[in-house]
Design a protein around this ligand. Structure first.
Ligand SMILES: C[S@@+](CC[C@H](N)C(=O)[O-])C[C@H]1O[C@@H](n2cnc3c(N)ncnc32)[C@H](O)[C@@H]1O
Length: 282
């Protein structure tokens, strides 16, 4: 997609002003564009994500409502299969591009798109402003508590968080970095607080819960040697995954002509034991 087309779509898409200003609309368009450029290298990751979701769907005893968090872009969701298995499928994302909303809702009449902030903190942060100091900003995401519409809070037989947990603090941290100088580890701490809080929140929901998410980002040289690794969620934060794989997110030259960028992704069925407290984030 050309820059002009992207700019036009961004201009014409209805979107709350604070989300636009914090970069959420631009980021969704950019992810979609990145996917189009890297379809072949993304496909194994998307296939594994869809398979993990279907396995979780098949393990549900009741099939009333499936709630998919981070489902705005649809690429990693087996939408038609979920719509066949469940009475209702809800795709929740902080925003939905009109073309994706139309595409999703055209698959089956029991699919709906819900605008929902999975942190419950984004608008509060915007109101606080991007000069907010590091600690209060991290605390906001550590103690955030999103509120689902009542019918979903009590009635989902399956909830899946799809490639979302690591993203929850990403744009907020980027936006905050524009407001004042930040500690070196600020972005990582905020993203980790948001991801751990999301795990706790997910854990407290009824029904089957599946988290598909990246726990580490790896930079590799062209010879595949590891150059850098950033671990967002460590061994102590999560149970063993039921499946894990590498998402070849930005093969060279997408992000850098001398480096590949990869994400280590796991599919985690929640519920066996509580996760580490989000208090313990450093
Ligand atoms: C990497 S994408 C997930 C991949 C996506 N499921 C797909 O089909 O490719 C991250 C998604 O998380 C959404 N997102 C980011 N922050 C969010 C928040 N606070 N609440 C809900 N969705 C959020 C973005 O809008 C984006 O659609």
């Amino acid at each position: 997609m050309s820059l002009i087309t992207l700019w036009l779509e961004s201009l014409l898409t209805p979107c709350p002003r604070y989300l636009r200003r914090m970069g959420f609309l631009r980021e969704q368009l950019a992810i979609e564009d990145r996917y189009q450029r890297n379809r072949a290298s993304w496909e194994p990751h998307l296939t594994r994500s869809r398979a993990a979701i279907l396995a979780a769907a098949d393990s549900c005893t009741l099939h009333r409502t499936a709630l998919i968090l981070g489902g705005g872009l649809i690429n990693d969701i087996p939408l038609a299969e979920l719509a066949e298995r469940f009475q209702q499928v809800v795709l929740a994302d902080i925003l939905h591009l009109p073309r994706n909303r139309r595409k999703a809702e055209a698959v089956a009449p029991n699919i709906t798109c819900l605008d929902f902030d999975c942190t419950g903190a984004v608008e509060k942060l915007y109101q606080a402003g991007n000069t907010l100091a590091d600690e209060p900003a991290i605390t906001l995401f550590r103690h955030a508590s999103p509120t689902l519409p009542p019918a979903l809070a009590s009635g989902c037989d399956l909830t899946v968080s799809v490639n979302l947990a690591s993203q929850l603090g990403y744009l907020p941290a980027k936006w905050l970095a524009k407001g004042r100088p930040r500690d070196d580890d600020f972005s990582l701490h905020l993203r980790r607080a948001a991801a751990l809080c999301h795990l706790e929140w997910l854990q407290a929901l009824p029904g089957e819960r599946l988290l598909i998410g990246d726990r580490a980002l790896v930079v590799r040289g062209l010879d595949e040697s590891e150059v850098e690794r950033e671990v967002l969620l460590g061994e102590g934060d999560l149970e063993s995954p039921c499946d894990s794989w590498v998402w070849k997110f930005a093969p060279a030259p997408e992000w850098d002509k001398r480096h590949h960028l990869e994400l280590e992704v796991g599919a985690y069925v929640l519920g066996r034991r509580p996760f580490r407290s989000p208090e313990d984030i450093k």
